[in-house]
Write a protein of this length. Structure first.
Lengths: 157, 364, 103
């Protein structure tokens, strides 16, 4: 699937998630399935929660006990392949990278989109963060239905 | 005639890096660049780069260009820069003829580093010469350097990193990318790039190719067909799509024309992108005073071109009698960086190509 | 067509540069190459093939391919994708391989 369409399978996606009971706080999900020479997620993490090691081709490994869900890796990943997610009651709160216009605004309702680019529900914009250190990659906090946990990936106006 | 110790032909990532290190070692150099500005193809890369901190990972390509240019400007006493200047002749006695506006000039160098990069590969299909059939890199130049929207509706042919990245950048510029087609059975580029464009609604379809472009004075439609596993066209698979541009991203070819003028030994190594100069470990060609680095010596990512540039600048300076004060440390560091960049699955091809080259590299 | 808004890049307004294209007075902006300015004006045909006289647009935009060769200020075979636009330039579509006697 991934090699032919760019869409990872559900079972592959799940390998990157911790147990759901760990998601009471936000955790980084590194959707990096292929060895490429790249390590900013690891070097940018202030909590040493993401390990790649000497060989920068290795896949990142997240220590979910150390990960605070701060989101620094989300805008540091050159592949825009990292997001954070937390479960709050019936909702999943995601922090995603975003580099398209127009920018979303807080309290707007956008479309929730899956890895196939299809609309799968609604996403309520909770926070829109753009600091100089993010270098033009927006960090958008959105709230979607909990049952979209493994499907949601981005937003569309 | 101008006399120079080291002339660097091509002011892209490899050339700029080479100049910086050579100048640090005390060599006076001249960078000759055909474009009106330095930076090569980095100046149109709006995405963050991979690699590690040493190759400026997570910095956007256009900002890496600024860093490399600034590094050179810090050595203004030693680095001379000629832009909008094309090298039109290279001679065995290290004389370089250049053209700037209407003026020809002659430069005599002790050593030359050729860092001319690569050009976009083209391929055969009916009406491939219609205006509107563009190299993907050309489209990137138009929109990211000049701010000109290349088209409204495009199809991307080829799913290597350039095809995937440019598709994303077209979308950012407000251009509709209808789909990315790939003749091979798998996506060629990094999957993170593929996923990034798939989620914004751009389909990637493997085992498909373009059969022809349709239009009178410009591209109006394309015919797409499916391929079977033996690369034959599948019956009744034809699909006609309305587009106003076709972007071709089917790979790069090392730009070695200048090297042919001085009979540098070359070899066809498909893993490195085609015909490449044969070089030794020191990046010396069959003429020991002519070095190459970056894509001209084998097509790779820009991160590798930067490190190759540093390495070649270091060696060329030493051979000119100016050993860098940190020569030993840097020498090992650059080699390790290159090895690290090439040690994953994507680097296998380059490593294989370099192995093949070693068989011929008795040119020391 | 010019890009006005972009999530990563900014394109501040630049000085207008007037030039002539096939006898018509048109303008681009400072910093443009000839080919970029023409493309922004919607001009896609820059030259013609030598035998069949088929229209040719640009292909590589970085001075490699010669598909954008035009006659600029009377000089044929100018790679318009790497030559900066200048005030008052006279640009013409090229239909032959370029002849010194034409200059």
């Amino acid at each position: 699937m991934l090699n032919k369409t760019g869409v990872p399978s559900l079972s592959l996606i799940k390998t990157k998630f911790p147990e759901q009971n760990k998601l009471f706080k936000a955790k980084a999900i590194t959707e990096c399935y292929e060895e490429i020479p790249c390590n900013p997620c690891s070097t940018s993490c202030p909590f040493e929660a993401i390990t790649i090691g000497e060989d920068i081709n290795k896949l990142p490994v997240v220590d979910f006990d150390k990960c605070t869900g701060c989101g620094i890796c989300v805008y540091s990943c050159p592949g825009l392949a990292i997001f954070t997610v937390a479960l709050k009651k019936e909702k999943a709160i995601f922090k995603i990278p975003y580099e398209l216009l127009p920018y979303p605004k807080v309290d707007e309702t956008w479309k929730a989109v899956n890895r196939d680019g299809l609309v799968i529900g609604e996403a309520i914009i909770k926070k829109v963060i753009l600091k100089p250190k993010q270098d033009r990659t927006l960090l958008v906090e959105v709230e979607v239905d909990k049952n979209l946990l493994y499907d949601f990936i981005t937003i569309k106006e | 005639m101008i006399f120079k110790d080291l002339v660097i032909i091509g002011g892209g990532p490899a050339g700029l890096s080479a100049a910086k290190i050579a100048a640090e070692a005390g060599v006076s150099c001249l960078i000759i660049e055909r474009d009106p500005f330095l930076g090569g193809q980095l100046i149109k890369q709006t995405h963050m780069f991979f690699g590690s901190e040493k190759q400026y990972a997570k910095t956007r390509g256009l900002d890496i260009a600024k860093i490399l240019i600034d590094d050179c400007l810090k050595h203004q006493d030693l680095i001379e820069i000629m832009t909008s200047t094309t090298v039109v002749g290279l001679y065995k006695d290290k004389v370089i003829t250049t053209l700037h506006d209407d003026t020809y000039n002659k430069i005599k160098a002790k050593s030359i580093i050729v860092s001319t990069g690569a050009s976009e590969r083209f391929f055969a299909f009916e009406n491939n010469d219609l205006p509107g059939v563009y190299g993907a890199g050309a489209v990137q130049t138009l929109m990211n350097v000049y701010g000109v929207k290349p088209a409204d509706k495009v199809i991307m042919v080829g799913s290597g990193n350039i095809g995937l990245i440019v598709s994303y950048q077209l979308h950012q510029a407000g251009v509709k990318v209808l789909k990315v087609i790939e003749a091979a059975s798998n996506i060629g580029g990094y999957k993170v790039h593929a996923s990034k464009i798939r989620r914004i609604g751009i389909p990637i379809e493997t085992r498909k190719t373009i059969k022809r472009a349709i239009g009178k004075d410009k591209v109006e439609q394309v015919e797409i067909v499916s391929l079977d596993d033996d690369w034959n066209i599948v019956d009744n698979s034809s699909e006609i799509i309305d587009v106003d541009a076709v972007c071709i991203s089917v790979g790069l070819i090392p730009q070695r024309n200048l090297l042919s003028m001085i009979d540098i030994k070359t070899k066809f190594i498909k893993e490195l992108g085609g015909i490449v100069p044969i070089i030794n470990e020191d990046h010396q060609t069959s003429d020991k005073d002519v070095y190459v680095c970056g894509d001209v010596s084998g097509v790779e990512e820009a991160s590798s071109a930067i490190v190759e540039g540093y390495y070649t600048g270091l060696i060329a300076a030493r051979n000119l009698g100016k050993e860098h004060q940190d020569f030993k440390t840097l020498n090992i560091d650059y080699k390790n960086q290159l090895l690290n960049l090439r040690s994953g699955p994507f680097g296998k091809k380059t490593l294989k190509g370099l192995e093949i080259m070693k068989e011929d590299a008795n040119v020391k | 067509m010019r890009i006005k808004e972009h999530p990563i890049l900014t394109f501040p307004e630049k000085k207008k540069i007037w030039f002539t294209f096939n006898g018509q007075k048109v303008f681009g902006f400072s910093g443009d190459t000839i080919a970029a300015a023409l493309h922004a004006l919607g001009v896609m045909t820059l030259s013609h093939s030598l035998e069949m006289k088929r229209p040719r647009g640009f292909y590589c935009a970085i001075g490699n391919c010669a598909s954008c060769n035009m006659i600029v200020d009377g000089i044929p075979n100018v790679r318009t994708c790497v030559v900066s636009l200048k005030e008052g330039m006279v640009v013409k579509t090229q239909t032959n391989k370029g002849d010194l006697n034409d200059i």
